[in-house]
Design a protein around this ligand. Sequence first.
Ligand code: ZN
Ligand code: ZN
Length: 251
Amino acid sequence: MIGKPKYRLETIPVWDGVQSDSECFLCDLMDEAEKHGVEFYLGSSVMNPETRVRVNEYGFCEHHFQLINKSKLSAQNMGLICDTYLSESRSKFEKAFNNVLNAKPGRKTVKAVEELSIKFASREKGCLICSQMKSRLDRYVYTIICLWDSDPLFKEALEQSKGFCLHHYEILVKTAPSVLGAKEANDFIKAITNLELKNLDRIAEENLWLTQKYKSENHDKPWRGCEDAQHRTINKIVGKHRVLDPIAKVN
Ligand SMILES: [Zn+2]
Ligand SMILES: [Zn+2]
């Protein structure tokens, strides 16, 4: 392993995940992290002045604002978030709105609208829930790599697992060289790639059987657990959580 540990190990959730028989337990852990994020920002944290400042400054991406929107947790807390986020947005956009209203016809109007559009785009950067999820993902990925390197039982359990979605597989192999020495990283990357390829073959077969099962001659044959293979295949290909860039300073 290279240098001192960068993160605290998240051994318990990672061990639970690897034994869960999921197509990608990192996707499952991200499901949980997302749920916690929504609960956190709609919970009592909204009364905490520091959190309020962060919500006003960064807010949420469209996906996470809509998850908050759908939540039944607290209408009042949602209202409080809206109140200050909207007023902060108005003040950030004020100048650009005025420029649109005061622009002369032609090129100046086009430019003013373009500038407003840049302001809108920068306001949507730096979602707090995406940032929280990204930092959890970093710790989980780090833990998987460290446990694989240090615990033979974990290595075996991972070998028996169904691997990861392609998105999380990519993150694991990209991160390994910054956590392990060259030889160990190479071993890890090869082991994870073999695991991934084996499971892509498996899921391809399961998906194929699902398509065959709908043919009349196979009507009476067993499903062999492939009833939901199409959903699992899609999740395997794209994963469920592509978090946006973590917090970027918004002008
Ligand atoms: Zn995944
Ligand atoms: Zn987000």
